[in-house]
Design a protein around this ligand. Sequence first.
Ligand code: HEM
Length: 505
Amino acid sequence: MSIPKRDTAAEQLSEYSEEHEDNHDKITTTWGVPVPEKDASLTIGYHGPILLQDYNLIDEIAHFTRERIPERVVHAKGAGAFGYFEVTHDITEYTAAKIFSEIGKKTPIAVRFSQVAGELGYPDTIRDIRGFAIKFYTEDGIWDLVGNNAPIFFVKDCALFPSFIHTMKRNPKTHMRPDYDMFWDMITLRPETTHTCLIFFSDRGIPASFRKMHGYGTNTFAFVNAHGKFFYCKFHYRSEQGVENMDPKVAQKLAGEDPDYHLRDLYNAIENEEYPSWKFYVQIMTPEQAEKSSYDPFDDTKVWLHSEYPLIPVGRFTLNKNPSNYFAEVEQIGFDPAHLIPGIEPSPDRMLQGRLFAYGDTHRYRLGVNHLQIPVNSPFKASHFARDGKMTLHSQGGAPNYHPNSFNGPKIDKRAKALSPVIPLHGEATRIDNGNDDNFTQARLLYQKVMKDDEKDRMIQNMLVWLKPTKPQFQDKAVKMFSQVDQDLGKKLKIGLGSSPHIDL
Ligand code: HEM
């Protein structure tokens, strides 16, 4: 697994050079004026100070000092690629979304893979959930499916998301991570984290490659069909490369030798025309089934059992183009779960509800109020009444900037109106902690029925790596929590911790 001497990514500049043999471009300032000298600043004599008049120098330095924008508060390190989605099966009985309107229909997509907790320069091969976000450039505008490589998440009320993320990030005083006390304190105080912990510490916690992992929309969404009928749904994408994970020891070595291992793997595969692809599925639940479900279908710490809600094939997507510039097309891409198209709606999933606010808000901070005018985020066409703001690129000409108007401004799309669901809401506005809503049944199914014995053993070893450095009080609580999944699991953790200097057996 050592880095090949000259891999495809390493040839990028040589390829540029070959393709631009007769490049006659001249160096200019950023405003396009030819520059007379690039190797020396304008000084008074050989040792003299530099003149303020050297505005070419100032242009370059002033741009350089502004090169970085705030990095994403989560999912900062990632890789992106472009491709297309193709419908292979008819699901128009469930949704009128135009993207699914006919078999064979193709829609351009952008995908970004990421890790959750590390910063922009973090090594790729650490234990973490991976982000797997898809931007569909549909004829009805942008649809963002901002998923992960896990079908569930640690917490289920968006109110707990910032705190949970804090426990995975750096300790605010020491600036070091991981801080095992922060992590296990929160995990054991919120046992709804149990189910996702089993995935986090399993082999899937370190994928071998972004190409070799499945993806999930994770939260519950809704479909509306052409007759206005409403269904709840979950999205799944399954890797056609198969699933492959990485031995933690190999991962640790690579973290030092090739911190960009996953980026390199994806970039090289696409450059070498080994285009990765995924099959796309949905699970469907009717509102009547949702009412009667034995578990909360809007709880993102639970899966919808495949035996009850089978995967329905929909399509396939392929990534066949690397970004032509990382910053422009990956650092500046902004996904937003609130970007839904007619035929696809949110559900009452509490985590999703919080996400509907969070992403647009962070993009306005990170990328600016006009982030949707950046080419990678831009829909094919948009006609609305928002105007101006920093970095306005599209003006919409002289179209009226107010509604209603009598001057032939854009009109309401009747189809979109017909497809917006009427949501029957009832109940009192109140704050109900849903954290103790059967946190162990599905975790038990995963541990006892899905995981093979060798997988269980590796998961326990991985848990012990994180549990041993924490305080005995959190070790004890974790043993108790995981014992509720399976007595044997609890026992094995307790025995494993016996060798820890902290554990008080
Ligand atoms: C209320 C809960 C949540 C909040 C407040 C939140 C917030 C955020 C924020 C602020 C970003 C950075 C976006 C950017 O700067 O471009 C982000 C990225 C992301 N989040 Fe969440 N998130 C939440 C829950 C989740 C959940 C449950 C998932 C599971 C699918 C998820 C998946 C992602 C992914 C994949 C990205 C990376 C998108 C990209 O590649 O640019 N998030 N989230």
